[in-house]
Structure formats: structure tokens, C-alpha cells
Write a protein that binds this ligand. Sequence first.
Ligand code: ZN
Length: 243
Amino acid sequence: MNKYNELQALISGSNNIVFFGGAGVSTESGIPDFRSVDGLYNQKYSYPPETILSYSFFINNTDYFYDFYKNKMLFLEALPNNAHIKLTELEKIGKLKAVITQNVDGLHQKAGSKNVLELHGSVHRNYCMECGKFYDVNKVKESKGVPHCICGGIIKPDVVLYEEGLDNEIIDKAINYISNADVLIIGGTSLAVYPAAGLIKYYKGNKLILINKSTTPMDRMANLVINDSIGKVFACLNLIISI
Ligand code: ZN
């Protein structure tokens, strides 16, 4: 049985699948991974992305932060790819229980997924740091320089910056889904970045599927490893299911 058939069999045989996705799921929609060396690096910026996207940098250099953020983090025209679309279908037919993502672009929701746990927040939610008033992403995108609330306060994206902690409620939910999952599919992540590596250890089953272009430190723990593009793999799955 080839790997695609194996994947198909595991998915066909389960009604309790959980998907955990990383930056690779979004890069196939044209959104660069700021952690990859040739990703967001640009001579225009004199700090590494990890510095600019830190809480202290946001507080001390808000102008600079937003210049980078609007140019390199907001890809509002990006469209869901086959991975997002297929996951939405799997949720609709009751097989997929949750999407857990490290991405902040909202593409899973754009594709139609309902139960999405966003570990690192979302660019689509923004709050005034003074009064807490909510603003959508257009307010940030269209503002000149630093976006301000009508009260005068600075608006901050609901994105987990470096130095900031993750939302415990979302982490608890993610752990709950992972620890109760029958099939766990991990896609588009090298599993090197917190919290991905830590969350996987909560999985108790024997149907761990890893789909990533390159090998990962967890490959030997997995029951099925496919080193390929996640969009391509899910596109094939789509064909197999529709036959
Ligand atoms: Zn305000």
C-alpha cells in the first residue's frame, strides 16, 4: 500500500481526526514563513523578524513594528489552498473535530472551518490597549502609521508576540482534542518551534501522521510520514475520496 492509500485508509476509518498545522499550510497560499531565512528577510528592515515581532519592540518602536507588520504579516488577498479546503470538508462530514493552527492569517475560517484553535492569535482581531474596543484588520491595514482607537489608545493585534504567553484556555482545549484524538495529522511544520513539539506528546493513539516537505525530529515517532507539500497531499486525498 503506498503512502497516499495508507493516508486515505486512516482517514476513511476514523471519525475523530484532529489536525495540527504550521506555517507550511499557509506558505502554499503565498504567505511567507517569517522564520525561514529567505522568508520575510528584507534589506528594508534592520532587525530580524523575531525582534520586530516581540512585545517590547511593539511597545518601544510601535511605528517600526507596524511598518513591518503591515508589509510582511498582512496578506489579506491570500486564498485558502487544498489543505484548508479539504479540512473544511472533513469537518463538514463529521470526521475532523478540530483544526489547531500556529498561523494567524485566518485562512482556515476563510475556507469555512468552524472549530479552529488559533494558538498564536489572529490578525483579524485587534484591540485598543486602553479601552479594549475591537477593530477588524481593515482598520489596521488602512491606518496611516500606528492605528489608534477613537479614545486615542494604541490598537494592538490579537497576535501572540515573542515574549508573550499563549492563551491558556486555547492550549487546554488543544491538549484536550489531541489527547482524545484517534488520528492526529500534523502538517506544514518542522515541529521545531514551541508549542508544537510539546503538544504532540499528549497524543495517546497509534495513528500519528506527519506531512511536511522536509523531515522533522518527530518522524520516527510517527506511524505515517509523507515528505511532500501538504496542499498536494490533500489534493490527492480529495480525488481519492470523490471516486
Ligand atoms: Zn480605545
